[in-house]
Design a protein around this ligand. Structure first.
Ligand code: KG4
Ligand code: ZN
Length: 379
């Protein structure tokens, strides 16, 4: 529950990590079932922790997309039923806009209400590595995508590499903690630099409509045809695999996978006890390459578009090295950088409520026949 888009009254997260862990990644069918199981108790708990009743709610917000259709449909069906029964307005929110509003919510909570525009937001999660220029007109926000991943998202690369190294799921938090114990200069990884235009988005980008009304310089943006800032992370996963093969690490990895699989909730010491220095050096080098690429491309985009403020958000924004590197390098370019706190970096409901607030003020309510949009774009 969130009050006026700026105060979290309760924020309940039902984790599905234990369900998906044995499979080394999210299983869509299981995700839908877990949503169905959790949704009623989670909403009840959110109300109880806030000391509120269903009747005291002013409006309901729900994620319309992007995401797994089955899981989205569970949330949308329940939200529609609740809105209908309570006779309250329902607001459909884009998941990525939620991640961006996680930053705004906490900044407002700290008393910082002024954002300098243009804002550049890097949304970096298990499903997305997207750069958005964000503008505000009155209460409404609008977004222009200026870069995205061509293949794997950054979080997906963390998860796949962790799985490849026998570390379990989700990989990001484990790699984050282990990387500190390795030498990041040990293995050199080159991440693909993308020069050619993306055929999937080229036609959309040439449409020429202004991205939003109040974004100083948007005319310049369109006139000068800025380059795009796309990412690609499938190559580094293959490079890690090749390193593992050429260094003959497969036996150690299998032993680690088995040993960690027998521990219900492995601690950092359990992971460390099952990783030799070569594995730790590889982990640290992988993370350094990922962070280097995310930071350098984002800052290059920030300079190109003359942005005044940088937001970094989404599950991977919880990464310590990513935060430290942005915090060190963005101010060198005169750009303040904001992150959500770690609990609000990964998926949560408070960010969806926060993103709904401007729509609530503008009375942009969902029509009751709206449905899930698994590939929903942010505009
Ligand atoms: O935003 P999120 O909770 O869900 C999606 O919308 O995808 O992001 C989850 C992703 C996973 O890939 C996970 O491995 C990654 O975020 N992640 C991290 C860290 N914490 C979560 N990646 C790197 N370092 C972390 N500390
Ligand atoms: Zn997310």
């Amino acid at each position: 529950m969130v009050r006026s888009g700026e105060q979290v009254i309760s924020n309940v997260v039902a984790s599905q990590i234990a369900t998906h862990q044995p499979y080394g990644g999210v299983v869509p069918e299981l995700a839908s079932r877990e949503h169905l199981r959790a949704i009623v108790p989670v909403v009840r708990q959110a109300l109880a922790e806030a000391g509120k009743t269903y009747e005291s709610i002013d409006a309901l917000a729900v994620t319309q997309g992007p995401g797994l259709a089955g899981a989205l449909l569970v949330g949308i069906s329940y939200a529609k039923a609740l809105a209908f029964a309570l006779e309250k307005p329902l607001i459909a929110v884009n998941h990525l806009e939620g991640h961006i509003h996680a930053v705004l919510l906490e900044e407002r909570q700290k008393g910082n209400r002024e954002q300098r525009f243009p804002v550049l937001a890097l949304v970096v999660s298990g499903g997305h590595t997207h750069l958005y220029l964000a503008g505000q007109q009155g209460e409404s926000w609008s977004y222009e995508n200026i870069g995205h991943t061509r293949d794997d998202a950054a979080g997906e690369a963390f998860d796949k590499v962790a799985k490849l190294l026998g570390l379990g799921y989700p990989g990001g938090p484990i790699i984050d903690r282990l990387a500190k114990h390795g030498d990041a200069r040990a293995v050199k990884f080159a991440i693909s630099q993308i020069k050619h235009p993306d055929r999937r988005t080229a036609s959309k980008n040439s449409a020429g409509a202004p991205p939003f009304a109040v974004f100083e310089g948007w005319e310049k943006t369109l006139r000068n045809a800025h380059p795009r800032f796309d990412f690609s992370y499938s190559g580094i996963k293959t490079a890690v695999l090749r390193y593992v093969e050429t260094q003959g690490m497969a036996g150690f990895i299998e032993a680690r996978r088995r040993a960690l699989g027998e521990i219900a909730k492995p601690t950092l010491d359990d992971y460390l006890a099952n990783c030799d220095q070569q594995a730790l050096d590889l982990i640290a080098s992988f993370q350094r390459a990922m962070v280097g690429d995310l930071v350098s491309k984002t800052l290059a985009a920030a300079r190109e578009y003359g942005v005044a403020t940088l937001f970094v958000t989404g599950g991977v924004a919880a990464n310590n090295e990513l935060r430290e590197t942005f915090e060190r390098e963005a101010p060198e370019h005169g750009i303040p950088v904001y992150f959500p706190s770690r609990p609000l970096s990964t998926d949560n409901a408070a960010m969806i409520a926060a993103a709904a607030y401007p729509k609530f003020i503008a009375r942009q309510f969902a029509v009751m026949d709206f449905s899930a949009e698994a590939g929903m774009a942010l505009q």
